[in-house]
Design a protein. Structure first.
Length: 188
């Protein structure tokens, strides 16, 4: 399944090569621009359906995702599971619940994201669920590019693609990468 999903990233031009700064602040030669993949509604339905099948056995009441990257993925996974989908969005540079979204005490969530490197936005979303009295049953992502260094979120972590993509601290760039112009293609 992983190879099939990677092929879809390549076919849609969503697997980019160059010099990128990730939301985590790390630099990389590889970037997954999920928006280019998910703009194709049939592909989005298919890929998110695969992710939903990986978490179908996990009891949940709702799906939540961090905006902006997780919006489409979360919505589609929620649709496939027959569960509602809500999202957290930035306000003063931190994620919050807005738009009248509510979390009931004890409500079980699956947190859904497009790509995870360090898991910062996922952890913020988990913290929101718990602060409102909800429970996180699992985290699901299309791409786990953490190379096995994703933090322990205190629940099951599921992905369609697991890759060990090289990342670099800004002050430790290899000369060949430093020579390539920098791009920031992700959501801020």
């Amino acid at each position: 399944m992983s190879d099939q999903v990677l092929d879809l990233f390549r076919e849609t031009g969503a697997l980019l090569n160059g010099h990128f700064v990730l939301r985590s602040g790390l630099h990389s030669r590889t970037f997954f621009q999920c928006a280019l993949l998910l703009q194709h509604t049939k592909i989005a339905e298919h890929v998110c359906g695969l992710l939903a099948e990986k978490v179908r056995r996990i009891e949940c009441d709702s799906v939540i995702s961090p905006a902006l990257g997780g919006l489409i993925v979360g919505h589609e996974v929620g649709r496939h599971l027959g569960q509602r989908h809500i999202f957290a969005e930035k306000e003063n540079n931190q994620l919050v619940l807005r738009r009248g979204f509510q979390i009931a005490p004890g409500e079980r969530f699956i947190v859904v994201e497009d790509v995870v490197t360090r898991g910062g936005r996922v952890q913020e979303t988990i913290d929101i669920v718990r602060a409102h009295g909800g429970k996180v049953a699992a985290v699901a992502t299309i791409v786990d590019r953490s190379g096995g260094t994703v933090p322990d979120f205190g629940c099951e972590f599921v992905s369609l693609v697991k890759l060990n993509v090289e990342t670099f601290e800004p002050d430790k760039l290899p000369p060949d990468l430093a020579a390539i112009p920098l791009t920031r293609p992700g959501s801020k």
